[in-house]
Every structure is written in C-alpha cells, then in structure tokens.
Design a protein around this ligand. Structure first.
Ligand code: PNS
Length: 167
C-alpha cells in the first residue's frame, strides 16, 4: 500500500512487540510515523521526551520510519503528516475491545481508517504495563525491549522510589 501510516501509542516503554508492529506497517506503507502520545487514563513512568528518544534509537536502522511527539489529538497529527491509515497491533480480543472505540473516534475526527495487524505470537505476552511491573519487582526485562530501554526503565523506577512514590 502506498502512503503514510501512523503508529500511535504511549510506548511507556517501547517494546519488541511495538517494533514488530512498526516493521509490519512499514512492509505495507511507504512511510511510517510513530506517534508518541499521551493516554489520558495513564500516568506514564517515562516522560514524553524519553519515550520519543528510546523509540528513535530503536528504529535508526529502519528506513522510512520516523518518530514524532504527539502532545495533542491523533487526528491532528494524521492531518499534519497526511496519513493514509492508522496502524495498530492486536495481541488478542481484549486489545480489539479497547481499540474499537478509539478507531471509530479517530475516523470520526480525521476520516482516517485504522488498520489492525496481528503481531508475532511469540511477542504476544509483552505489554508495556507488564514490562514496568516486572522491572519494578526486580525481574529481567532485557529480552522484552530494545537495547537501552531496560536501563532507562530502571533509572525511572529508581527516581520514583527516591521521591517516595510507589512506581
Ligand atoms: O499505547 P496506548 O496507551 O494504548 O496509546 C493510546 C494513545 C496515546 C494512542 C491514545 O490515547 C491517543 O491517541 N491519544 C491522543 C489523544 C487522542 O487523539 N484522543 C482521542 C482518540 S482515542
């Protein structure tokens, strides 16, 4: 498919599952814009600049993929970059249930359709929330995330603990 795909998410942090979806999107579209956004129902561990920088580092080798901060509406970013489609990965039915209303709202706001891709089943157990939880309890996350991400997560968790906050 020709055109520009936008892959949105909060990416807190980027995982190997996210990279798999971005690679699949790039296989279908000329260009992929990874949109690092704010999910109003979540309080992120990593700040927006760090989430963008970690995703940028993970896609330096991927031609035709760029990363953009998304401080506002996905619909606005879609207009700015001339998006042909929004691409999101599904690990299972629960993901679909969460994504379905967002896809309808985004089409209502922008006219851009969401295309769902089924990711690699070998990565279907990976979710950013679980990566943070495993790391918070001292478990290994290096094989769940791109290089450099585990260190950033551990640093952010440590900073939260030092502030007396429960990560
Ligand atoms: O990885 P997530 O947390 O499921 O990503 C959700 C995200 C950031 C893509 C979504 O919350 C979003 O698009 N936020 C931007 C604001 C927006 O456009 N909201 C209305 C459509 S859902």
């Amino acid at each position: 498919m020709a055109g520009v795909a936008v892959c949105p998410g909060s990416f807190d942090p980027v995982t190997l599952g996210h990279l798999d979806v971005v690679r699949r999107a790039r296989g279908m579209f000329d260009e992929v814009v990874v949109a690092v956004g704010v999910n109003a129902s979540k309080s992120p561990l990593l700040d927006a600049a760090t989430r963008v920088a970690l995703f940028e580092a993970a896609v330096t080798e991927l031609d035709g993929v760029r990363v953009a901060p998304m401080p506002g509406l996905l619909a606005d970013l879609c207009r700015e970059v001339g998006a042909t489609a929004i691409v999101k990965g599904l690990r299972g039915g629960a993901d679909f249930d969460a994504e379905h209303p967002m896809a309808l709202m985004n089409r209502h706001l922008s006219g851009v359709d969401t295309v769902f891709v089924i990711g690699d089943p070998a990565l279907a157990h990976i979710a950013s929330s679980m990566v943070r939880d495993v790391a918070n309890h001292g478990g290994p996350i290096d094989d769940l995330v791109p290089p450099g991400v585990a260190d950033a997560v551990h640093r952010a968790l440590e900073a939260r603990r030092n502030q007396g906050k429960n990560p």
